[in-house]
Design a protein around this ligand. Structure first.
Ligand code: AP5
Ligand code: MG
Length: 218
């Protein structure tokens, strides 16, 4: 039997197109797991808000629904890696080159590919709202806050992301198909991929991710 103190959290990638529910599922997983959440989209938006050199460069791509260049993103992620196990990668890697760079430094246990259709992505993202203080994710249709425009968790203001406009959502989806979808086979060939139906209720999606985790990591 493994002593509780010897337990190590797994290294997991949440892979999926825009609106698949990566952030929502990460929030749920972190309720009872001590993992380090690395969401490259969140980190980049923070850099944009702070007006850093990286943020100014990244914004040019994010506003068009394109990927930020690999070297910038890989460097940004590497700076945040400690030697601890238990990373929850959300929205990274997104290209084969990013996956190879990650391979060099982290042994993954599971890649959960959360699959949804483009029409579902547009529906969800047009109605998404995010807390400007704690980052909690809401949806005016599927998960409305108790008070309109106010975060249930911390009372912060809810906002709509700049890239959640129908045209940019469609461009992001196309970028996903062109540049990120090749990772599905890349990880399948390595025996790491588990495909999850992302169009179920969020709790059902979470159950499937947890059961894939138990199968993959014992
Ligand atoms: P990023 O922020 O990662 O955006 P994304 O991948 O397009 O994904 P989203 O955050 O929009 O969706 P999500 O899957 O997290 O869904 P959520 O849980 O919020 O990246 C943004 C940009 O940054 C990129 O376009 C790129 O420019 C750049 N970037 C980031 N990483 C990069 C990288 N590695 N390399 C290069 N560039 C990078 O859910 C969406 C909505 O649906 C919410 O309202 C939620 O409440 C609702 N919802 C969730 N699950 C369900 C469900 N099961 N049923 C009904 N509603 C649901
Ligand atoms: Mg997200």
């Amino acid at each position: 039997m493994v002593a509780a103190s010897d337990y190590q959290e797994p290294n997991v990638v949440l892979l999926g197109g825009p609106g698949a529910g990566k952030g929502t599922q990460a929030e749920k997983l972190l309720e009872d797991r001590d993992m380090q959440h690395l969401a490259t989209g969140d980190i980049l938006r923070d850099e944009v808000d702070k007006g850093t050199e990286l943020g100014l460069e990244a914004k040019k791509y994010m506003d068009k629904g394109e990927l930020v260049p690999d070297d910038l993103v890989v460097d940004m992620v590497q700076k945040r890696l400690t030697d601890q196990k238990g990373y929850l990668f959300d929205g990274f890697p997104r290209t084969i080159d990013q996956a190879k760079a990650l391979d060099d430094v982290v042994d993954l246990d599971l890649v959960a590919y959360i699959k949804i259709s483009e029409s579902e992505a547009v529906r969800r993202l047009s109605s998404r709202r995010v807390c400007s203080d704690c980052g909690k994710i809401f949806n005016t249709i599927f998960k409305p806050p108790e008070r309109e425009g106010v975060c249930d968790e911390c009372g912060g203001d809810l906002y709509q992301r700049d890239d959640d406009k129908p045209k940019v959502i469609r461009d992001r989806f196309e970028t996903f198909l062109d540049e990120t979808a090749p990772l599905i086979d890349f990880y399948r060939e390595r025996g790491l991929l588990e495909e999850i139906d992302g169009e179920q209720e969020p709790d059902e999606v979470q159950k499937d991710i947890k059961s894939a985790l138990h199968q993959g990591t014992g």
